[in-house]
Write a new protein. Structure first.
Length: 126
């Protein structure tokens, strides 16, 4: 006997997306990309996360890279298409965004937009 999927129910578990934008194939595709690119998510690996927070950091870092740094063939990033930024970020932008304007480390999620004064000072020192 062959089993078939006869129905699927969409519900939002996290965030506030529009239900019409959610497709099972997209979610499964992204899960596959995460497993390919983040060693901590591969089955039977030595690169496991001993602490949940470190796994969250690894996923946040990958998500930031994918959304702000990884350039499409068209010369844009997903963050540019969503209107979150007007340029392609690089490693320097990322590390500056993780500091306060006085240079002390931030304790915030990845992807914070940097203070302009600190960005100008940092680039002038390079």
């Amino acid at each position: 006997m062959v089993e078939q999927v006869v129905d699927k129910k969409k519900r939002i578990i996290y965030g506030n997306s529009d239900l019409t934008d959610i497709e099972t194939a997209d979610v499964e595709s992204f899960n596959g990309i995460l497993r390919e690119r983040i060693g901590r998510l591969v089955r039977k690996t030595k690169c496991f996360s001993k602490y949940k927070r470190r796994l969250e950091y690894a996923i946040e870092l990958f998500q930031f890279y994918r959304d702000f740094i990884n350039e499409f063939k068209s010369g844009t990033t997903p963050a540019m298409l969503e209107g979150l930024t007007d340029h392609i970020w690089d490693g320097m932008n990322f590390f500056i965004s993780q500091s306060n304007c006085d240079g002390t480390p931030r304790r915030r999620a990845v992807g914070h937009v940097p203070c302009r004064r600190f960005v100008i000072q940092s680039y002038s020192k390079i």
